[in-house]
Design a protein. Sequence first.
Length: 305
Amino acid sequence: MTGMGIGGRCARAAVRAAAVAGAALALAGAARAADLTRYLPPPGAGYVTEEVRLRVTGQVSLAGTVSLPGRGVLANGRTRRYAAVLVLGDASREDRDGAAEGDSSATAFRPLRDVADTLADRGLAVLRLDDRGVGASTGPDSTTASDRVDDAMAAVALLRRRGDVDPRRIAVVGLGEGAVTAAQLAAADPAVRAIVLLAPPPPPLAAAAPALVLQGDADTVVPRDAADAWVRALREAGADATMTRFPRLGHDFVAAADRGAPVVAAVVRGVVADWLAARLGGAIEVAAPKPRPHAAPKRRHHRRR
């Protein structure tokens, strides 16, 4: 009996420890989420945003922003479904804007926000997420390549469940190591409609989804011939792969004139938006979901004693 009592106390202690750990993660995420206003659309933007959260594993919960060109029921009683894009950043610890962890300054480089802003203005829904343990996301500080693919797959699944997204028209845009994750995801999920790979590092991977590969000729991080190798590997896998090069742009695709307040060059964002719009198409109208009828309260039948 004594041994069983000790075992029971140990089990209860383990449960309490797990609960405390979970609560600590949740509190950490809440503390980091203190200021989400920086993820709102810029003044005059032609789209709206929505905070989302998805659970990947027991202790990993990712927070992010969905940008939507519109919301609500139309005058004809129908709603719109949009093609959607998931944007993925590099392997370093970044928030959903692509800014380095802890850098919330006005001049911080925010490449994922730059791309998302352009795509949403072009009529596409866009999802971007805080990395594990960064911003409002919870989870361990270290993330493996396999973890990043798992997170991306969970993000695509979230988009497919949304009533305002067309689940058949979802693409993935990746920057740096995010491009590798995009290719891995497309290889594992043939339903991914297209991928855009910005400065993908070697070695190249094979995926059959239509692909756009972008490379800055002044890139000092990724070798200049890496883009050529990626296009060859993608075409050998059956992909309709296209490459665009940008003279005088480096790994981050920032023009020299914008170094003081870095932003992804407008010409790069325009090429990405044009290519995705041509392959994904615009919004479609569907019947608005009917409201669920309120269930009548169940009557309780008491037996006579």
